[in-house]
Design a protein around this ligand. Structure first.
Ligand code: RNT
Ligand code: ZN
Length: 417
């Protein structure tokens, strides 16, 4: 028996003593999909132009090896997928369209421009998620898109939104796996507005026009993402939390909660159970803000664990869609995906290994002493033995072995770009 299997046997016994079946946890975890964001691979450049990112968000760092073509990006993703256990999806932005060198306006994008992504997803046996891109574009240069005071610009972006929902629907249909299409816009003011209402009324109108188009819910579902502030929109963001919470409830669409989009001490873990009382499903953008919405690579923090605990405790696996959203160009980009995604999976496993029934029982009879004691004791249970066994079972590298693979790929592929 390998040492990994031996350690697992001991861990299984230890968890069984707390009423937790580790074999079941492994089975359960393997079914939860994590959607990787394609934009970590190329610093949110996309393939539309070589100008790079603009519009309220920023990537810092200049680590070598950024993917510059769709082929490179897909190769990098394949590499990353091979090091992440469990079910994966891929989250694609509209700026990753493949137009054969032809300039295609964003309001004229079609499913055909994503045919390569769809074929690739079939081959990889994964689902796709999608996003209209309301940034890095001349029509977004003034910091307003769907809430722009110029009707022609607003119309352009409404058409982009509709085009993207159709693309999402085509992706979902082709893969027989519903696509989540998420709307985030950068709209807002750098300085104190004189009128906070008018842009919000225009945003509502634009969204109403976009969502009025009938799209098959079995193949595409829409999400809206709020934000507290952005670069250049420090004083006012049109799509605030209250705006989108209200909108999602009214339209019964998905609410997207990005971990970096609230006040620095505010956490999204606490919002999941509330939101799910009012909206059918939630999309998460799991990220890590450091002092601001800096989109650092996700670490195994208390908040990440709390997010996973909320999903698992509420048995919300079918109503909470887990997407990652960070972009760090100061480290190897494939490592960034692997670290963030493995941490997400680790957090889910830790949550599943919790003695949940005992905890609930203690809580329901007012025994908070036991609740606290058990939560703390759980932290020193042999989690890593279960994790390593899971990785081995899933055919991905155990422990830091993945890092050697990344280094080899960096030397042989990334540094030659
Ligand atoms: C921006 C939002 C948004 C983007 C991606 C690229 O603050 O988080 O989700 O990060 O769509
Ligand atoms: Zn986000």
């Amino acid at each position: 028996m390998s040492s990994i299997a031996k350690s697992y046997e001991l861990a299984r016994e230890a968890y069984a003593a707390t009423g937790v079946d580790t074999d079941k946890v492994i089975e359960r975890l393997a079914k939860v999909a994590v959607s990787l964001h394609c934009w970590q691979g190329d610093d949110v450049f996309g393939f539309e132009s070589s100008v790079g990112l603009d519009g309220g968000i920023q990537v810092t760092g200049n680590y070598p090896g950024r993917a510059r073509t769709p082929e490179q990006l897909r190769a990098d993703l394949e590499k990353a997928f091979g090091m992440i256990p469990g079910k994966k999806r891929l989250n694609v932005h509209a700026i990753y369209a493949e137009t054969n060198g032809k300039k295609v306006e964003r309001n004229e994008l079609e499913p055909a421009h994503f045919a390569n992504w769809i074929d690739w997803a079939k081959k990889e046996d994964i689902g796709l998620d999608f996003n209209p891109s309301y940034f890095s574009h001349p029509n977004a240069a003034e910091g307003f898109t769907l809430s722009h005071r110029d009707n022609a610009i607003r119309k352009y972006w409404v058409e982009h939104g509709i085009a993207c929902r159709k693309i999402g629907e085509a992706m979902g249909k082709a893969l027989n796996n519903a696509c989540i299409t998420n709307f985030w816009i950068p709209d807002g003011y750098k300085d104190v507005p004189a009128d906070r209402l008018a842009p919000r009324m225009r945003l509502k109108e634009s969204l109403d026009e976009i969502f009025a188009v009938n799209i098959d819910k079995n193949y595409n579902r829409d999400a809206v993402e709020c934000k507290l502030f952005g670069i250049g929109s420090e004083s006012y963001v049109v799509g605030s939390h209250e705006f989108y919470m209200g909108y999602a409830v009214a339209k019964q669409i998905l609410l997207c909660l990005d971990a970096g989009h609230f006040h620095p001490t505010e956490v999204i873990s606490d919002k999941i159970s509330s939101a799910l009382l009012w909206v059918p499903e939630v999309l998460l953008h799991v990220s890590r803000g450091v002092r601001w919405d800096s989109d650092h690579v996700v670490m195994l923090t208390d908040e990440l664990r709390a997010i996973a605990e909320e999903i698992v405790r509420g048995n919300f696996m079918n109503r909470v869609h887990i997407g990652l959203d960070f972009f760090d160009a100061s480290i190897n980009r494939i490592a960034a995906w692997v670290i963030g995604a493995r941490n997400m999976q680790k957090a889910l496993m830790l949550a599943m290994l919790e003695p949940s029934e005992t905890l609930r029982k203690a809580e329901s009879c007012g025994d908070y002493t036991t609740r606290l004691a058990l939560i703390e004791e759980a932290k020193s249970m042999p989690f890593s033995a279960v994790w390593d066994f899971y990785c081995e079972k899933q055919g991905v590298p155990v422990g830091t072995k993945w890092l050697d693979e990344v280094k080899t790929y960096e030397r042989d592929v990334l540094l030659k770009r």
